[in-house]
Design a protein around this ligand. Sequence first.
Ligand code: 13P
Length: 244
Amino acid sequence: MRRKLVVGNWKMHGSRPANAELLSALMAARPFALDVAVCVPAIYIHETAATLAGSDLRWGAQDVSQHAQGAYTGEISAAMLAEAGCRYAIVGHSERRAYHGETDQVVADKAQAALAKGVTPIVCVGETLAQRDAGETEAVVKRQLSVVIHQLAHCASEIVVAYEPVWAIGTGRTATPEQAQAVHAVLRAQLQAATGHGERMKILYGGSVKADNAATLFVQPDIDGGLIGGASLKAADFIAICRA
Ligand code: 13P
């Protein structure tokens, strides 16, 4: 049985007082019956680590450099994330693909860099609305994932995958549980065929997950939890999702 995982992706939100309030509410709401993590803006990772250290809550980053070190101004390496106790790094979020030009290959390199330092990459895949309408959903997500699988070879089973349909992110328009499950099943079959470990790998759903729709999504056989944007910023909402 796969243990569920809920990860908050704060994106570029937060402030020291707001974070302190949110994290202390999460700490107070423990224990949860599933794994819970927050991926925070890099500048807040150390403070988050200090607050959550010693608890069963985990923390992570929203991106990682594909390079180990060097003259890459503004970048943060996987070694630095590992040093800060990060359990996870989101890679290939659609916002990074869209606004920072990250290609499938860059995403694969980032996943590899993270894994090399013991940080679990949460690899995001997902189609745009135009791609869905054109019937390309399966082909798009399989292509995105296949580059990562190919790059990681025998380590590919160590990743977490997040299916995030671009049209459902921040739009209030969630994929129906059936739509999400259908894509998750495709991804799991791909992971199983490539690694032999697809049955134990986690595939999260992300895109307008809220307290009132989380349960119907998470009950789907191939949905192992969620990657939560907007609703992860409000303690009551995020806690309700973690209890869904
Ligand atoms: P929302 O939950 O705000 O739609 O964001 C989803 C997301 O992009 C998580 O990574």
